[in-house]
Design a protein around this ligand. Structure first.
Ligand code: AMP
Length: 180
């Protein structure tokens, strides 16, 4: 089974393309539109994201704007959970809680609806890619400030050199399909 999973991971990895210097010089942008465009990669990615968490009794998937929405709702359906978007400021229409986080230069922030889940709800944080981990760490803060319990992290890709995982909760499972 491990061999099969490894070859699935390699296949998925090969469908992701790298665009140098996008959106600015020096960034190697990981473009998943080519993965999404491949019907086999699409179904295998959904499968690989849900498998580790099948028995987790998850209440909600929190998806990070915007590419965390692409597989996030699907992951929620596969785990019999609801989906909650975390968005950039000013995008969510109801009352929100906001969390600031540090960027290389400056700060950014993310928001969630204050009534998106109940205290004690079990939540998985999902995005297409983890780089510095700032966004996922801010999402963790938002979930915990509203009384939610982060029971897992889920990414399609991890840029390991940026050590984003170190910003996340150590005692919570961390799952990624492709490590670069
Ligand atoms: P971070 O907060 O540094 O972990 O950044 C994560 C967010 O930025 C995710 O929503 C990613 O989609 C996006 N991102 C960061 N670096 C890249 C990259 N090299 N290629 C594609 N997306 C990226």
């Amino acid at each position: 089974m491990e061999k099969v999973e490894q070859s699935i991971k390699e296949f998925i990895s090969e469908t992701i393309r790298t665009i140098p210097d996008f959106p600015k010089k020096g960034i190697m942008f990981k473009d998943i539109t080519t993965l999404l465009n491949d019907r086999r990669a699409l179904v295998l990615t959904s499968y690989m994201l849900s498998q580790p968490y099948i028995d987790y009794k998850v209440d909600h998937i929190v998806g990070l704007e915007s590419r965390g929405f692409l597989f996030g709702t699907n992951l929620a359906q596969d785990l019999n959970a609801g989906f909650i978007p975390i968005r950039k400021p000013g995008k969510l229409p109801h009352d929100v809680l906001k969390q600031n986080y540090e960027l290389e230069y400056g700060t950014d922030s993310v928001e969630v609806h204050v009534d998106a889940f109940k205290k004690g709800d079990r939540i998985i944080i999902h995005d297409d890619l983890i780089a510095t981990g700032g966004t996922a760490a801010a999402a963790t803060e938002l979930v915990e400030r509203l009384g939610g319990v982060v029971v897992g992290y889920s990414f399609v890709m991890e840029l390991r050199a940026l050590k984003g995982k170190e910003k996340l909760k150590k005692d919570v499972p961390f799952e990624t399909i492709v490590e670069i």
